[in-house]
Design a protein around this ligand. Structure first.
Ligand code: N01
Length: 494
């Protein structure tokens, strides 16, 4: 057994994205300043650092996609470009006093519980020790590469959308994009008509909601700056819009759902050629896959030198993609827009918890958490955006605020009482089994599609109840009666 927790615990946070910065800020608010945020990348910003592809923007309204306590009057658009969001979070890290705690280019590889503290190893060989570990890695950071024969034999340039190589010129290229999720749709809108040629390789069409973009003029931004009440109003309005969209997707507001479906169908009518329109029309329910929002995708796909390829990909060869009809599509650049491994969470970090039990063992069937935040056998370990966290199309920022609130109550108990906390296996199993049962009845499971929401068994690994349920459960928790609470050994010199 190692040393016991100090009265003011030492905390290690993994990841300096939106939720890691938020966690640091909340720790400072509790008077806990002995913490380090380890960040594998070369700057803060999380997903908004990793993703820099052309056309990148957030499909949650800007005035809602920010900390509720730090509204920004500076957004230039209703749906912010990615770089503005990265800059916002970097600025917040400084303004909230968190930046001095961030250690960049520092990837944690292993964490081991010694009975009282976590022993942490980093890729560069350095080590650290913490009473509490908080994972703020997000769940869309491990890229998913497609298993397409011959991909490595392509002699042009290829990269995943989250690894965009800005040294490669685009205007002179014949570009093929594989995948038709939110990412590919934004890239097509940005590049169509501006490059030598663009081919979108679609395996499954998407429903696309027509949501107009809006610019905020310098005068509007000045007005936002001078009026905090207006800023609050904008936040509340954007929040309501997002929540209503999520409710409609879940079928909780049938009238709005019908309106949303009609919007998607009307949007499709902007495709003039009926044959192209038919190929772009999904056969599953609206909202089954995460809804794609775009005001201009259908215009983009009809531009000159832009085409939709629906013949399946057979293999890739040195000069391009060969489709199942035997046709070679000659290309200079292949953009891989095939998304992320959403169930990786903190992995590939290896974790060994109480009594030598590993995270891989706890998650052998599927990633499990209690109330999306804590994991059995992993004492004093907390996750933001843990298993079953995503709540439809809702902003992850607000969800993170609630989860950090929950975590801070745990941190206080650990600090006040010098204990190790982890949820019991039984309560976690019951929690997960209830969510999975509920998830089977959702549009994500029954809507006739596959998506990154689904786990290996085809059950959506996202929160199946309405967002109010998530809010009340998270803010109402934790109930420590459901936890294994063990006293830590007193320090030798106590
Ligand atoms: O990835 P995806 P994404 N051969 O998993 C296709 C967030 N996000 O990066 O549908 C051919 O949605 C796959 O086809 P199919 C948001 O949460 C947010 O676009 O499985 N195709 C699909 O078309 C989003 O949902 C913003 O048949 C293959 C595509 O690749 C999440 O990130 C912006 C294939 C993957 O789509 C992920 O979006 C962008 C293969 N072998 C992203 N394998 C915001 O604005 C996969 N595909 C907040």
């Amino acid at each position: 057994m190692g040393q016991a927790a100090a009265a003011k615990p030492r905390v290690v946070i993994i990841g300096a994205g939106m939720s890691g910065i938020l966690t640091g800020y909340r720790l400072l608010g509790m008077g806990i300043d002995d913490f380090t945020i380890y960040e594998k990348g070369n700057c803060a910003g999380g997903t908004w650092r990793e993703n820099t592809y052309p056309g990148l923007h957030c499909d949650v309204p800007s005035h809602f996609y920010c900390y509720s306590f730090a509204p920004s009057p500076d957004w230039t658009k209703k749906f912010s470009p990615g770089h503005e969001i990265r800059e916002y979070f970097e600025r917040q890290a400084h303004e909230l006093g968190v930046a001095p705690h961030i250690r960049l280019n520092s990837e944690i590889t292993d964490a081991k519980w010694d009975g009282a503290r976590w022993n942490i190893a980093l890729k560069d060989g350095t080590k650290d020790v913490a009473d509490i570990v908080i994972s703020a890695t997000g769940f869309l950071h491990q890229i998913a590469m497609p298993d397409i024969a011959g991909l490595d034999s392509f002699k042009g340039v290829k990269f995943h959308t989250a690894r965009w190589d800005h040294s490669v010129s685009l205007e002179d290229k014949r570009i093929g994009i594989i995948g038709t999720g939110s990412t590919a749709v934004q890239i097509v809108s940005a590049l169509a008509g501006k490059v030598k040629s663009l081919e979108l390789y679609q395996r499954t069409p998407q429903w696309v909601l027509n949501v107009p973009q809006e610019e905020f003029s310098p005068e509007q931004r000045a007005a936002f700056r001078q009026d905090p009440a207006l800023m609050r109003e904008l936040y509340d309005e954007a929040s309501e819009l997002t929540v209503n969209t999520a409710r409609a997707i879940m079928g909780l507001d049938p009238a709005l759902r019908a309106e949303m479906e009609q919007n998607c169908r009307d949007n499709l009518l902007r495709v003039k050629d009926p044959e192209l329109r038919a190929r772009l029309t999904p056969s599953y329910e609206v909202g089954c896959k995460r809804l794609v929002m775009s005001p201009d995708f259908y215009e983009a796909i009809q531009r000159e030198n832009t085409s939709l390829v629906t013949e399946g990909i057979d293999y890739v060869e040195a000069n391009g993609i060969v489709t199942k009809d035997g046709k070679l599509h000659e290309l200079d650049l292949i953009v891989i827009a095939t998304g992320f491994n959403a169930t990786a969470y903190i992995r590939p970090v290896t974790m060994t918890g109480q009594d030598g039990v590993t995270l891989d063992e706890v998650w052998a069937e599927q990633p499990k958490s209690y109330q999306c935040v804590t994991v059995p056998h992993m004492p004093n370990f907390f996750m933001i955006g843990g298993p079953y966290s995503p709540v439809g199309n809702i902003s992850l920022v607000l969800m993170a605020e609630w989860q950090v609130d929950y975590i801070m109550k745990c941190v206080k108990r650990v600090a006040d009482e010098q204990v190790a906390l982890s949820p019991t296996q039984a309560v976690t199993d019951a929690f997960i089994s209830d969510l999975r049962e509920e998830a089977r009845g959702t549009t994500w499971a029954r809507g006739g599609c596959t998506s990154w929401y689904l786990d290996a068994e085809g059950i959506p690994a996202i929160y199946p109840y309405p967002f109010e349920h998530f809010r009340d459960t998270t803010l109402g928790g934790p109930d420590f009666a459901n936890f294994d609470v063990r006293p830590l050994r007193q320090p030798v010199d106590a």
